[in-house]
Design a protein around this ligand. Structure first.
Ligand code: SF4
Ligand code: SF4
Length: 411
């Protein structure tokens, strides 16, 4: 049995209501489940399990990943007969930095071993690309090597055909009152995340919290995260085909020679974005960096509340941009390792700290931005407009987990 956070506190109290009272803690939305019951991810110092990327003869990285998740306690989750969503990222078409499907299979196999029913999932994108609806998303996943043979389980797109199948989860956040989460992910009994840790142009880095908070949001959820505005029509791209008219249930669109969206009527549902065959409708991604991080934390907290969850991150091919890009530039640092924890906040912080200690790769965006002199903050140097610390500040405030952690290395 592996206790994911401070052992003594957890043994004292398995239901955190009384613990909150004793230690004057805030209400904790991130409760994870072990054989002893639900436990809080925000109490004390969480354990993060780590293994490096070195291999010996006859001992593959996949075998190491299997040992890592066992050591971190995945086996303590009661899975018998339960649906287990494995949230990952299938990579945009053309990107080669995404995590290979082989890693997903290790997680799926571990779930099957425990009697669970795993499926891989992700929600469709807000922007034009090859993953903006379920059909294209599945095609892209297949082209990138994800299928039932390679991963050992099925793929279900989390928010339906056009990204509009979602559930509103109430949360009393600073920015969000109802998180819009893909229904198929919400319907799962257990959430496991498999995260590619790399840089991100809006949040500094992308890890577990971003994979959950942004990645599990439906189209209108992503719209709420990215902007306080509403979509608009690019008049140069619009061909007046009128398909968006049928998609809008709020009579916000008129089409004369070109389509036009009346923001007085638009409720920001995002349906029209997925409907336009010419990618003429889009939304500005103009939310302030710290508020975006705060919203992502609140979406994560809403989804994880009361739901058994477990998280795995791999720091490899640390590209300067996220895997939503149809290309992947030179990594900024060497491959570091694989990590697992019940606490997504501790996990992200451990990944960030380990990454900060690495040497730069010559010629990378980081190396160029820093004029070859290793900066104190590799994420800020790679993307100067981001504020990745805001994620941890807000995660702590929301009781999502602990930025303090104990790193446990396994072979
Ligand atoms: S679906 Fe796209 S191209 Fe067709 S009218 Fe609407 S905005 Fe224009
Ligand atoms: S976002 Fe929704 S409400 Fe707004 S124009 Fe598009 S379909 Fe209509």
């Amino acid at each position: 049995m592996h206790y994911p956070t401070g052992d003594i506190l957890q043994k004292i109290c398995l239901k955190c209501d009384s613990l909150n009272a004793i230690f004057d803690m805030p209400a904790v939305p991130n409760l994870f489940y072990t054989e002893l019951g639900y436990m809080s991810g925000a109490i004390g110092m969480s354990k993060v399990y780590f293994t490096n990327m070195h291999t010996e003869m006859q001992d593959s990285l996949l075998a190491k990943l299997g040992r890592l998740i066992e050591a971190a306690g995945i086996g303590s989750i009661e899975m018998e007969g339960k649906y287990v969503a494995i949230k990952t990222h299938f990579g945009e078409l053309g990107n080669l930095a995404f995590l290979r499907p082989n890693y997903s299979k290790v997680i799926a196999d571990a779930v099957y071993k425990k009697g669970g029913i795993p499926f891989l999932t992700d929600c469709s994108t807000l922007y034009a690309g090859k993953r903006k609806n379920a059909v294209e998303h599945l095609n892209t996943a297949n082209l990138n090597g994800f299928n039932s043979v390679t991963t050992g389980c099925q793929i279900i797109i989390g928010d339906g055909l056009k990204g509009s199948n979602d559930v509103e989860i109430p949360i009393d956040g600073d920015y969000v009152k109802e998180a819009k989460i893909g229904r198929e992910i919400y319907d799962a009994d257990i959430l496991i995340t498999l995260n590619h840790f790399k840089c991100h142009e809006l949040t500094g880095f992308g890890g577990a919290i971003k994979n959950i908070g942004m990645g599990c949001a439906s189209k209108r959820g992503k719209m709420e995260l990215h902007t306080s505005g509403k979509p608009a029509v690019d008049q140069d791209l619009c061909r007046a085909c009128r398909k968006c008219l049928d998609a809008c249930a709020h009579s916000a669109i008129t089409v004369d020679e070109k389509a036009y969206i009346d923001h007085d009527f638009c409720v920001g549902c995002g349906r029209c974005i997925a409907t336009c065959p010419f990618d003429a409708i889009s939304v500005g991604m103009d939310e302030a960096a710290d508020i975006l991080c705060g919203k992502i934390v609140e979406y994560t907290a809403a989804l994880l509340a009361g739901r058994p969850n477990f998280h795995v991150s791999i720091i490899a091919d640390v590209s300067p941009f996220c895997d939503c890009h149809g290309e992947n530039d030179l990594p900024i640092i060497p491959n570091v390792g694989m990590l697992a924890s019940f606490d997504p906040v501790s996990l992200d912080k451990a990944c960030a700290d380990l990454s900060q200690k690495q040497p730069m790769i010559a010629g990378s965006r980081l190396h160029v931005n820093s004029n070859g002199k290793k900066p104190d903050d590799i994420f800020k140097c790679t993307h100067p407009d981001t504020n990745w610390q805001a994620t941890f500040t807000h995660a702590k405030k929301m009781g999502l987990g602990s930025p303090e952690y104990e790193l446990v290395e396994i072979k």
